[in-house]
Design a binder for this molecule. Structure first.
Ligand SMILES: Cc1cc2nc3c(=O)[nH]c(=O)nc-3n(C[C@H](O)[C@H](O)[C@H](O)COP(=O)(O)OP(=O)(O)OC[C@H]3O[C@@H](n4cnc5c(N)ncnc54)[C@H](O)[C@@H]3O)c2cc1C
Length: 462
């Protein structure tokens, strides 16, 4: 009887651990299975948390070098890279230990090892068998690889290796101008590396608003980033302490090469389902290897569910968490739901980039009649006082109803500012609702209000 549960969750990343806690809160008897030594999945161990710790430390170092002198602060900053990596490890440990505590508090049973679905209602972990009413697959994702480029986590690294380098490379080449490549590129650029980003497409941050991406690229170039857009990487050859990357124009043409000390392969992530026994269990996957689910996270096999990076939708920790909550509520007989139209996305660089809802490109493609209101941080009092005036807020609203359809920000603390837009959109609010909400002065948030005012052509400060 000891190994009988209402729900057994395989994987304790943000999807799995949050699902476990919510299910336990709702009175279900819950087990989790995790093959990694610590809980928290990609996000806490080799993703969101360690990258943000290094972004924070390197940003303060860059601030001390570039912004302190103009504020009259005298300092001669230098850094100890090993200690900085120790700061990152403390961030990981603090967060993963927090999950151990939450599992104990909520009486979640923990099984260590690789979980395998051994038929309906059965999960095996080594020699143990768990009997369970429901199974949740929350096994997340793994690094996507490029054909012909061998990741050795030393000279040619994935994000995991880039978070654990022994020293700052003199030249870091990043393959892929997505969020992870630009964040980790920022860390090393601030610490003195020359950073070259190679991207197949003709733009950075694919999927984000093109206007934002174009402006953001200029800001990164001012920080020393070099971009090789519309370029295909065709090979990487390792010599003693260098890697030579071969490139050719995406449209075809003469090949050329770049020599770097370290190459970061950041071309995305793929769903992870190895060793789960999905085929034998009859759980269907789509043509991209993602576990197929319906609107209630049910797979093709009754009693087996899936959430997080392993299913469709953006590979983001908060999306996985919200799915974990919704599924736990569904399993407890409630009406769990995720609003996929309002999932913010943030790039934690300096300045930050943040978005929620539709981009202008998406609205155009869908033939939606919309109005755009834009406000530059250059005209915001607080940004002027802080001398952090790069960037803007853009509010997109339906031309007829004024309902806000998307908000895009590039600028200081964009990742925090975006949430007033997310709350507004969750309530179906209009640009006028936002514009008429009193905002404290002087705050960066006033730029969001002004962009909302600009939708109706009545921003005060521009
Ligand atoms: C460098 C980097 C930075 C990122 N930054 C951000 C960010 O700032 N914000 C954000 O929202 N997202 C970020 N992400 C993405 C985020 O980490 C993922 O979206 C999130 O972790 C997905 O959660 P998940 O629970 O679906 O899966 P995961 O976090 O991948 O967890 C899955 C867990 O399942 C375990 N597992 C797999 N198979 C088995 C098995 N058979 N048995 C037992 N255990 C198993 C794995 O060991 C793992 O612990 C980042 C990712 C990376 C790589």
């Amino acid at each position: 009887m000891a190994n009988q549960f209402d729900v057994t969750i395989i994987g304790t990343g943000p999807g799995g651990y949050v699902c476990a806690i919510r299910a336990a809160q709702l009175g279900l008897k819950v087990a989790v299975v995790e093959k990694r030594e610590s809980h928290g999945g990609t996000c806490l161990n080799v993703g969101c948390i360690p990258s943000k710790a290094l972004l924070h430390a390197s940003e303060l170092y860059a601030e001390a070098r570039h912004s302190f002198p103009k504020m009259g602060i005298k300092a001669e900053p230098s850094f100890d890279f090993t200690k900085m990596m120790g700061f990152k490890q403390e961030a990981i440990d603090g967060n993963t230990k927090g999950i151990d505590f939450l599992f104990k508090k909520n009486k979640v049973a923990v099984f260590r090892g690789t979980g395998r679905i051994a038929g309906r209602g059965k999960v095996t972990v080594g020699s143990e068998t768990i009997e369970t009413k429901s199974i949740v697959i929350a096994t997340g994702s793994d690094v996507a690889r490029l054909k012909g480029i061998d990741i050795d986590e030393d000279r040619i690294v994935s994000s995991t290796g880039a978070l654990a380098l022994k020293q700052v490379p003199a030249h870091l080449a990043v393959i892929g101008a997505g969020v992870i490549g630009l964040e980790l590129g920022s860390v090393y650029a601030r610490l003195g590396a020359k950073v070259t980003v190679v991207e197949y497409l003709d733009r950075i941050l694919p999927g984000m608003d093109a206007d934002v991406a174009k402006n953001f690229q200029r800001m990164l170039q001012k920080q020393g980033f070099a971009f090789r857009l519309s370029s295909r990487v065709t090979g990487a050859v390792k010599a003693k302490d260098k890697v030579t990357l071969s490139l050719e124009p995406a449209a075809g043409g003469a090949a050329e090469s770049i020599e770097a000390d370290v190459v970061l392969v950041a071309v995305g992530r793929v769903p992870f389902t190895e060793g789960l026994g999905l085929e034998e269990a009859g759980v269907k996957r789509d043509n991209r290897g993602r576990v197929e689910v319906d609107d209630h996270f049910a797979t093709s096999v009754p009693g087996i569910y899936a959430i997080g990076d392993v299913i469709r939708g953006p590979m983001l920790a908060h999306k996985a968490e919200d799915e974990g909550v919704a599924l736990a509520e569904i399993l407890a007989g409630q009406a769990g739901h995720v609003n996929y139209g309002v999932i913010p996305g943030v790039v934690y660089t300096a300045p930050e980039v943040a978005a929620v809802g539709k981009t202008e490109e998406e609205l155009k493609a869908e033939g939606v009649d919309y109005k755009a209101g834009k406000f530059l941080f250059l005209a915001n009092g607080r940004a002027k006082a802080n001398q952090t005036t790069d960037g803007f807020v853009k509010v997109l609203a339906d031309a007829k109803t004024d309902r806000v359809l998307g908000v895009h920000i590039v600028g200081p603390v964009a990742g925090e500012l975006i949430h007033e837009a997310a709350v507004l959109m969750e309530f179906g609010g209009s640009a006028e609702d936002l514009a008429r909400t009193c905002h404290a002065h002087p705050t960066l948030s006033e730029a969001v209000k002004e962009a909302a005012l600009a939708v109706a052509g009545r921003a005060i400060h521009s």
